[in-house]
Design a protein around this ligand. Structure first.
Ligand code: SF4
Ligand code: SF4
Length: 376
């Protein structure tokens, strides 16, 4: 018998026009049969971790899917809450969540910020040689089990916004109480320096960076990009949004991938083995992160839903599917040149997305080899 982790694949196609034949029906039916109680202790309080999006980013996980996951946790029986760490000021983030349809009423569970209303409610954990100590959001750190819902998308640095990145970037606080960004998720972007570099010759003064900054710390006195060092979260959004790549963060692809893997290890080290279940939605896949203030045409046709208890296996299966599919016309990926073994996100962002998976496997977070079981 294979020792590879199993990845279930719920196909997006329906054979008939009945509810049970659609992806929603298949997801509910899968969760009813799935032994979630093997991972989630009875009566435990369980974070259902997801990215809550951003204003304008309307292609995130549909609330009905989140509700189905919440209901599955309740059937254990256990007590779910839907959560993410504060990616933007917490009150603003909760308003974004509400506008996207993520509320207690719609999901059947409270929506809370995992590291509190000031983004600093966290516990420091040793992550590894690259990152040192990282501040893990307390509502995740203190939980016994977790369900991770990931809207699969691209990311200019991580290449794949998959389960590993969701756990790593989203499980770590912006900064610890009394500390600063050096123990927060921003450190992953800033391993070789403490501020972005700006290329005045490239800059077209569009001010997109200023508008996207969650800390409101960018100004342009005399048309010069200027950052308040003390206020900056080191989130890297200004660099990601810049249309002409005038801003760069001080790290390399290799360092960044190693850091994200270490961050995921730090977060997952707060759980006993086999306490986390991953559900990845390969639906309306975006070229960039859900923290961008917009939604773009999906880069590929919907591939369905993957479910596994191994974050490396589920992300590998994701990239494998995206290596076999063609880009959607008129999407940002439409003009990429296919390359044997390369997935659409790696082609789009011109970096090897599998590097993160190899780093995570080296750290013992899971396995790149997996057995796929196709459901419906
Ligand atoms: S987003 Fe880029 S081009 Fe636009 S103002 Fe900022 S640095 Fe300049
Ligand atoms: S990294 Fe850029 S977007 Fe993020 S807080 Fe600092 S200046 Fe603002």
């Amino acid at each position: 018998m294979s020792e590879n982790p199993k990845v279930y694949h719920l196909l997006p196609h329906s054979k008939t026009f009945s509810y049970g034949s659609g992806l929603m029906g298949k997801f509910e039916s899968f969760l009813k049969d799935f032994d979630l109680a093997a991972y989630v202790p009875r009566d435990s309080v369980v974070p259902v971790k997801m990215h809550l999006g951003n204003r304008g980013a309307f292609r995130t996980i549909r609330p009905a899917f989140v509700r189905a996951a919440v209901d599955a946790v309740k059937r254990v029986p256990a007590v779910p809450f839907v959560t993410d760490s504060a990616r933007i000021p917490a009150c603003e983030y909760l308003n974004v969540a509400m506008e996207a349809g993520y509320t207690h009423l719609t999901l059947g569970a409270p929506v809370v910020i995992a590291d509190g209303m000031f983004g600093n409610d966290s516990i420091k954990v040793h992550a590894g040689e690259t990152l040192g100590e990282m501040a893990i959001a307390s509502a995740i750190h203190d939980a016994t089990a977790m369900v991770v819902l990931t809207h699969v998308k691209g990311h200019i640095q991580a290449v794949l916004g998959g389960a590993l990145k969701n756990v790593s970037m989203g499980g770590i606080s912006n900064h610890p109480r009394g500390g600063d960004w050096h123990q927060g998720r921003g450190k992953m972007h800033f391993l070789m320096g403490d501020l972005m570099e700006w290329d005045a010759e490239k800059c077209i003064l569009c001010q997109d960076c200023m508008n996207v900054c969650p800390a409101e710390c960018i100004t342009f006195p005399d048309d010069v990009y200027t950052v308040d060092k003390k206020k900056c979260w080191r989130c890297g959004r200004c660099a990601r949004i810049c249309p002409v790549e005038a801003i760069s963060v001080p790290t390399t692809h290799e360092q960044f991938m190693r850091a994200v893997a270490e961050g995921a290890r730090a977060v997952l080290s707060t759980f006993e083995p086999k306490r986390v279940v991953y559900v990845s939605f390969l639906l309306e896949m975006q070229p960039e992160c859900d923290c961008m203030p917009l939604a773009d045409p999906p880069i590929a046709q919907d591939q369905g839903i993957l479910i596994s208890d191994d974050p490396v296996a589920i992300d590998t299966a994701t990239l494998d599917l995206l290596s076999r599919t063609v880009p959607l016309p008129e999407s940002r990926a439409a003009s990429v040149t296919p390359k044997e073994g390369w997935d659409l996100f790696s082609l789009l962002h011109r970096k090897d997305g599998r590097l993160l998976l190899r780093e995570a496997e080296k750290l013992g977070l899971g396995r790149c080899a997996y057995d796929l079981e196709v459901v419906g």
